[in-house]
Design a protein around this ligand. Structure first.
Ligand code: BG6
Length: 478
């Protein structure tokens, strides 16, 4: 195998999200947020999809986000572990409802600002650059109950205020920003993605695309504000990535895959190119959608992002005959099961070459630097009799994907950095499980919330430390 070469200054690190790690869900004035309403168990999916309305918590359910892995109180120790691995970048999100507990206040919550300031200062202490997502599956519940969340234009104003507050409060501490995590997931998981719950008689497509329009305007506005506050700020959009492969070379299958890709890339087309793509008009016509625009929206959308970030877990597959019965939703986006790729214990495809394909497609399309901000293997880990975790399967997954990313760099693509998902074990977004683990660091906690929360370095911890120290040259297992 050829050696992969990463550019000098390439950022290496890992990623968390506030809602999956912090816990302390009502501490220091934080308001309830959408993810706080997601129970573990059979109701999780219908609530996530916006099919079951949940505006109050129930006594008979367990909500994993409420305590999560207690990052809110343990962040200093956790950042120290990341520094020990040699991280130069650490991705997390700000919980909107810590800064604006209801979302529509005029003044922010000082305790929320103090928490994130302290977290980012801790990163600076170790020379770690924070990469901060403003909205990672996380809308203050008050905005859901009072305004209907992103279907309401007012959210644009609230979000712009929140974004400005963050850019100003953390100026000099944070340079890399993402506006909306996996913005395309709004289409596939409307409540967890964007706080949307559908009312009887509504056209869900209309609601989703109107909400999308609002998020796209809000994202462009935030990008503009970030640049005004500090021209050094670098703002990215964020796609739940993974190209669709055609099931066969039948032209109808190729067309189906192209259409499926467009569904997701629609968002990035706007954020990276500054206007709605030409195919959108037909899409809206066919789905009976009419987007309400306001004066100035087209101009606002011209504020494009500085880089394109994305998550990559697996490629996808589509055919002209795809339907509810023959497709499944690994990582929420529906796909046919590709028989040519391996699968994880949760049925997610494992396709490193798909990463290179996805990166090439994205760079061909956007001509902006890429940033791979989520990638990893969700797996069950066992602590052995010596208290050790030998997660060779995770090392193998990451090794193959880092190699594929290196190949994409050799293809000529500028890539800013790489943050693996869930560098410390955290709550799985899809299932609410703790047992679906991604981390280099094990957290002693189970699916029901039992455990000491002790942190244990896994075998992959030492491996990734070596990868970073060699700037990706040494990917060997031992
Ligand atoms: C991405 C999300 O979709 O995938 C993360 O941005 C999520 O929040 C990750 O955790 C992995 O998914 P899961 O369901 O295994 O946690």
């Amino acid at each position: 195998m050829s050696e992969v070469t990463f550019p000098e200054g390439f950022l290496w690190g890992g990623a968390l999200a506030a809602n999956q790690s912090e816990g302390s869900y009502l501490a220091d004035g934080k308001g309830l947020t959408t993810v706080d309403m997601l129970p573990h168990g059979p109701h999780r999916l219908p609530v996530k999809l916006g099919l079951e309305k949940r505006v109050t918590l129930r006594d008979d359910e367990y909500y994993p986000s409420h305590d999560a892995i207690d990052f809110y109180r343990r962040y200093k120790d956790d950042i120290a572990l990341m520094a020990e691995m040699g991280f130069t970048v650490f991705r997390t999100s700000i919980a909107w409802s810590r800064i604006y507990p209801n979302g529509d206040e005029l003044a922010p919550n000082p305790a929320g600002i103090a928490f994130y300031r302290s977290l980012f200062e801790e990163c600076r202490k170790y020379g770690i650059a924070p990469l901060v997502t403003l909205s990672h599956f996380d809308v203050p519940m008050h905005l859901v109950t009072e305004y209907g969340s992103w279907r309401n234009r007012k959210l644009v104003t609230f979000f712009a205020r929140y974004a400005r507050t963050c850019f100003e409060a953390f100026d000099g501490l944070v340079k890399y920003w993402l506006t909306f995590n996996e913005i395309n997931i709004l289409l596939h998981s409307p409540f967890s993605g964007a706080g949307l719950v559908f009312e009887p008689g509504e056209n869900p497509e209309q609601v989703k695309y109107q909400a999308a329009h609002h998020e796209l305007v809000a994202s462009a506005l935030a990008t503009k504000i970030a640049h005004e506050v500090n021209p050094q700020n670098q703002v990215g959009c964020m796609l739940a990535g993974g190209n669709f492969y055609p099931w066969s070379c039948k032209p109808e299958d190729v067309w189906a895959a192209l259409e499926k890709d467009r569904e997701n890339l629609f968002f990035i087309d706007v954020q990276a190119r500054g206007a709605y793509p030409s195919y959108a008009a037909r899409l809206f016509r066919e789905k009976g959608i009419e987007i309400a625009w306001q004066d100035g929206d087209a101009e606002t959308l011209r504020h494009t992002v500085d880089f394109v970030s994305f998550s990559y877990y697996a490629s996808r597959c589509a055919s002209a005959d795809m339907n509810e019965r023959n497709s499944s939703a690994a990582n929420v986006v529906k796909s046919l099961t590709n028989p040519h790729v391996e699968r994880s214990a949760w049925g997610w495809g494992i396709d490193p070459l798909g990463l290179r394909i996805t990166m090439n497609m994205m760079y061909d399309r956007y001509q902006k630097p890429l940033f791979l901000v989520e990638n990893g293997l969700g797996a069950r880990d066992e602590v052995d009799a010596n208290g050790e975790i030998h997660d060779d399967y995770r090392i193998s997954y990451l090794q193959q994907h880092i190699r594929a990313m290196g190949d994409a760099i050799a293809d000529g693509i500028p890539v800013i950095g790489y943050t693996t998902w869930g560098c410390i074990d955290l709550v799985a977004a899809s299932t609410g499980e703790m047992s679906k683990r991604y981390g280099f660091v094990y957290v002693d906690r189970d699916d029901k919330g039992n455990g000491t929360l002790e942190r244990i370095r896994k075998k992959s911890f030492w491996w990734y430390k070596k990868v970073i120290a060699s700037n990706g040259r040494d990917l060997s297992m031992d």
